[in-house]
Design a protein around this ligand. Structure first.
Ligand code: AMP
Ligand code: GLY
Length: 416
């Protein structure tokens, strides 16, 4: 089976690894890919979405997997164009991917389908935003568009809200767009993933992402400094409640609204005192949650996605192990404000009983791996208990080093 995976980060490295390990025999391709991915999949050198579709057609690709989200909403949309050409695509149509691309679209969808979420007001400018905040802090401000994970600010006070409004609504750091002023929800966060095939779905192992740069959940937001995955992360009762109040109504809502969906969906949840509430949808797997989840998913992911893309949810092809998986990210000097490239990474060959997924790395002319981005790599280990998995992951992480490296030392150790 010829599979092309779209993306270049740690999530795609993990997805492609799972496809290599699938029983189905695969011939893997990736666009745009990375040096690490090129060891598992052939990199496709094309320029943009249209030529990618053309390439897939000419090379008779059996399945296109959207690892990252951006191509889902570019131009006519990756899945829409694939459908036109008869290429099965694991990833939703452009109109459905608005659930991730537009916070306001997502909020209206949640309200229309009675899915528990924080109250919110859409605003066009700073004055409207100030009126919507109405002096109630903490408040959450969300830019209504793709902003590489940087479009959300949880503001404890007026000063931080004003700073965000200035950057986003006056200086227009992310371009034109509206803003959502949202109720601040309190509670532990959980990321829940499901594979959706039209009106059916399969819930995967949930995970928790550690978004802040520094220990103790301090410092600026990042793309994620680590993640923990386990079925034990939420009780059976809570998972049933999440399924009944959030997952099922979402899938039913997509069908009711005529929004075609075949692919992963990610529910960013806050477990509040009043029950689980949704903070956001993403139309893809989480990064770095995918790196934590994939090692504890067994079965044939390649065949599962291929069948799903053709409208057949074959849940029996996958199984989810008990136990815990811990993913630790090493980021480069300066992250998240900036990132430093060119620091040589050593120790990959010393890692034992853990997986290493590359994100921002590249091979230099001397054949050494070096940093090439903010989040550089992740080390993932599993264990029967959370403590065991945390200890194993940290023991292995120590072996992979480079100048200026940053990591948190408390992933998986609190908030359970
Ligand atoms: P998002 O980009 O929507 O995932 O938001 C980034 C982070 O902001 C989330 O992971 C939460 O930690 C926080 N956040 C978003 N919305 C809310 C909310 N309504 N209440 C509290 N925290 C939030
Ligand atoms: N880890 C958060 C995300 O993938 O959006």
């Amino acid at each position: 089976m010829k599979i092309l995976v779209v993306g270049k980060g740690g999530r795609e490295h993990a997805l492609i690894t799972a496809m290599v390990e699938s029983e189905t025999e695969t011939e893997l391709y990736s666009f745009p890919g990375s040096d690490a991915i090129s060891e598992l999949a052939q990199i496709v050198n094309v320029d943009g979405l249209e030529s990618l579709i053309e390439w897939m057609k000419q090379n008779e690709i059996d399945l296109c997997v959207a690892g990252e989200e951006s191509y889902l909403v570019k131009g006519e949309g990756l899945a829409n164009l694939c459908e036109k050409e008869g290429i099965p695509c694991w990833g939703p149509h452009k109109q459905s991917a608005q659930l991730e691309a537009s916070k306001e679209f997502a909020k209206e969808f949640m309200l229309r389908h009675d899915i528990p979420t924080g109250a919110a007001t859409g605003c066009d400018n700073v004055d409207e935003a100030r009126a919507a905040i109405n002096g109630a802090y903490p408040t959450v401000l969300k830019f209504d568009g793709l902003a590489a994970g940087k479009g959300v600010a949880v503001c404890a006070d007026e000063a931080s809200a004003e700073e965000f409004l200035q950057e986003v609504m006056v200086e227009r750091k992310f371009g034109a767009g509206r803003l959502l002023v949202e109720e601040c929800l309190i509670g532990p966060e959980v990321s829940v993933f499901a594979a959706v095939v039209d009106d059916k779905y399969l819930v995967f192992t949930p995970a928790r992402d550690y978004k802040r740069a520094l220990d103790g959940d301090l410092g600026p937001n990042t793309g994620g400094m680590g993640a923990v995955a386990s079925r034990q992360l939420v009780t059976k009762e809570l998972m049933e409640q999440i399924d009944a109040e959030i997952v099922k109504p979402t899938v039913d809502g997509l069908v009711k609204d005529g929004l075609p969906y075949r692919g992963f969906i990610y529910f960013g949840l806050m477990i509040t005192e009043a029950g689980p509430k949704i903070i956001e949808y993403n139309c893809r797997f989480g990064d770095p949650e995918c790196q934590a989840v994939m090692p504890i998913v067994g079965g044939d992911l390649a065949a599962f996605c291929a069948a799903g893309a053709k409208g057949d949810l074959q849940s029996d092809l996958l199984n989810f192990s008990d136990g815990w998986s811990v993913c630790l990210v090493r980021s480069s000097a300066g992250y998240p404000e900036s990132s430093r490239s060119g620091d040589v990474i050593s120790g990959f060959d010393k890692v034992e009983n853990a997986r290493v997924y590359h994100a921002g790395t590249m091979k230099n002319d001397a054949g050494e791996w070096e940093t090439n981005g903010g989040r550089v790599l992740a080390v993932v280990a599993g264990g029967d208990s959370r403590e065991d998995a945390v200890a194993k992951a940290y023991e292995q992480l120590e072996k992979v080093t480079f100048d200026g490296m940053q990591s948190r030392s408390d992933i998986g150790t609190f908030n359970f």
